[in-house]
Write a protein that binds this ligand. Sequence first.
Ligand code: GDP
Length: 424
Amino acid sequence: MVKAIVGANWGDEGKGKITDMLGQEADIIVRFQGGSNAGHTIINEYGKFALHLLPSGVFYAHTTSIIGNGVALNIPYLFNEIKSIVDRGVPVPKILVSDRAQIMMPYHILFDQYEEERLGGKSFGSTKSGIAPFYSDKYAKIGFQVSELFDEEALREKVDRVCEMKNIILEHMYHKPFLNPDELFNLLVEYRKMVEPYVCDVAAYLHQAVKDGKNILLEGQLGALKDPDFGIYPMVTSSSTLAAYGAIGAGIPAYEIKDIIAVAKAYSSAVGAGEFVSEIFGNEADELRRRGGDGGEYGATTGRPRRMGWFDAVATRYGCRIQGATEVALTVLDVMGYLDELPICVGYEIDGAVTKDFPTTVKLAKAKPVYEIFPGWKQEIRGIKKYEDLPEDCRKYIEFIEKEIEVPITMVSNGPGRDEIIKR
Ligand code: GDP
């Protein structure tokens, strides 16, 4: 049985917590896209962790954690991350890395920084983890697959060829120091030694696992609105954030994904630039940011303050639809107990007409939020275990959202901990 856990919004919905929780019953957890550019925060018996590249299953002795072919694999980063959790007392996890995963090169990170510098105020707000240059090279067919590390002769030839090309851009476009092919080759030999114990034909491994009836979780990064096709292009990420891509980025048949859990947050937050219709500002935003998530809404990778907003039913219904959500987990509801009133964005006004359909970016830029206001429940809801025990106004908020997004909300998360969840 394969389940995907993906974001319905702009990322940071709390997928890490839901994956960690469902990981208790999973045999295998797979990362299928993205890289170390976003983080998952997980709180468990070992402490609080911000994972960037490792799947959220690494804390369990019974799960195998997989880096699928769709991931941007930063090899030294992966090894530091493994070391950082093992150093804090977590048992050495079982990790497999796809032999078809491509390698994040040091120059991808440099090019990401150089490009942000070049764009100045018009930048994308990249985390400068090299993601866009990495995926550009993958599809331009000048990326390096893990498997290529094992043929030194061919590797050497390709390193020379790629450096020659990159150096032309470094010289004429960015006026930055050249890449040294000898150094790069030696580094890749080091990378091979680091990754070798983990390399696996992951697609074949998962083929067998599916046959054996194993429980497999596909763990998405970011959310539907950051997808390059269906998100707020061009202020998106460079790999697909959709459950459908889980099949490709892990190497399993699309029809094996039986359950798609879209994670949505009870309010909105976003990082980086881009349209954000229900965004709020000033004191109102500061207070929600300070109270939000677990210890405030600040990026798990960059520490940047996240942009804040009210729940956007238009964006979330669309996000769930594009994800193909079969169920929704609504998170961080506990944070909202301080509010007297809770606005929900139920429509976008564009050129004088109200729509409930999420438009393309050009139209989105003109959208103004149409709100419906709900009374606050003015109460702490952490610790509540049964749905019926939630305050009536809180249930009304949840049930209104459920009606708007047209997917059953099967889980309500009322605290950051693994067991702070209300199943319906
Ligand atoms: P992810 O990338 O989707 O995994 O999300 P992040 O980990 O970046 O952001 C979610 C943040 O909210 C983390 O700090 C979590 O510990 C926290 N969190 C998750 N669920 C809840 C919840 O129900 N209540 C509270 N207060 N915090 C939560």
